[in-house]
Design a protein around this ligand. Structure first.
Ligand code: AKB
Length: 323
């Protein structure tokens, strides 16, 4: 029987992935874990939930053996801006945590899903339509951990046969759980503030183009990759995947179609701007399309309409929003 362990389950992607896995495979097939305790939150349904610190190798190994885990979705990690403010902690969680996951997978024959990021690229990477295989010299600790993680996953597959698979996620936009400490967080906050105040002060400059993706596509990509025929996977780890390349002005234009008096102004966060300037403007995700059939369901306008509809319900504020 396939039994899933999700680490970092209370994070932005984790809260939505666990619900999808529970619906798809049954709640007895999914073990939800997070370093933070509050696992009985209604965000994560009624799947079994345990406290797990991925930097604690023994705690992790005991859990995997006791629960007879066969597939690990390893989401526990620090995001880019937080990692830049605490690089030592970022190395510990993002690299030592991943190493523990790969070791436990090797010892117990588990498959592993690992999210990499557009942060694995740097200022010398070709910024437009960034190829799957290209220069990766990131200038942030987050990026260093992502590139090292991609290489470590390739190594565990080639050397030990561990079934590692992964995606280079762009910024993920969602209405259920807020991201924490990322460079692309503005692209979530802007929708909340559009509903709450009809105005938003953005931490990144107009014209800062980055790849983004709506959460349903991010979840679909992870599950499709893990279910893909391994014989067709040439890359396995760190597939470029994207749905749209946008800047704050493009998102503003899309929001204004529903909330015409929405306005944006700018107060630049130098740490986030420096990170964003070192990342690609847009990625080429043709390898993912060719090797396992990746295709997004949402473009910017479709995502905007769905985000605003759900946030209107969630925040219960009347905004004069046009359906
Ligand atoms: C971040 O901004 O740190 C993340 C990412 C793109 O990896 N959302």
């Amino acid at each position: 029987m396939t039994k899933f362990l999700v680490t970092g389950s209370l994070g932005q992607i984790g809260t939505e992935l666990v619900n999808t896995l529970c619906d798809r495979y049954g709640k007895n097939s999914v073990v939800i874990s997070d370093k933070r305790v509050k696992c009985d939150s209604d965000q994560i349904g009624d799947c079994e939930c345990v406290v797990l610190d991925v930097t604690n190798a023994k705690q992790l190994s005991d859990l995997v053996q006791k629960q007879k885990i066969t597939v690990i979705y390893h989401l526990a990690a620090l995001l880019s801006a937080t990692a830049e403010n605490n690089p030592q902690l970022a190395w510990d969680i993002n690299i030592n945590g991943l190493y523990n996951i790969l070791e436990v997978a090797r010892e117990n024959n588990c498959a592993v899903f690992i999210p990499s990021s557009i942060g694995a690229f740097g200022p010398t990477t070709p910024p437009e339509k960034t190829p799957q295989d290209t220069i990766q010299r990131p200038t942030t600790m987050y990026g260093v951990t992502k590139v090292a993680g991609e290489l470590l996953c390739d190594y565990y597959f080639k050397r030990f046969g561990v079934d590692t698979r992964g995606l280079r996620y762009p910024g993920i936009i969602s209405y259920k759980t807020l991201p924490g400490g990322g460079t692309t967080d503005y692209a979530v906050e802007i929708y909340y503030e559009a509903i709450r105040q009809k105005k938003y002060t953005c931490s990144l400059r107009a014209g800062t183009f980055l790849d983004m993706m709506y959460m349903p596509d991010a979840i679909k990509a992870a599950i499709d990759l893990m279910e893909a025929d391994p014989a067709k996977l040439i890359h396995r780890n760190a597939f470029n995947v994207t749905s749209m390349s946008v800047d704050p002005e493009k998102i503003t234009t899309s929001i204004k179609k529903h909330i015409p008096d929405f306005t944006i102004d700018y107060k630049i966060d130098p740490v986030r701007q420096r990170i964003a300037d070192s990342w690609p403007n847009s990625m080429d995700d043709s390898a993912a399309r060719e090797e396992w059939g990746w295709q997004p369901d949402y473009n910017l306008d479709k995502m905007t309409a769905d985000m605003l509809k759900h946030l209107e319900d969630k925040l219960k504020v009347r905004s004069g929003y046009n359906e």
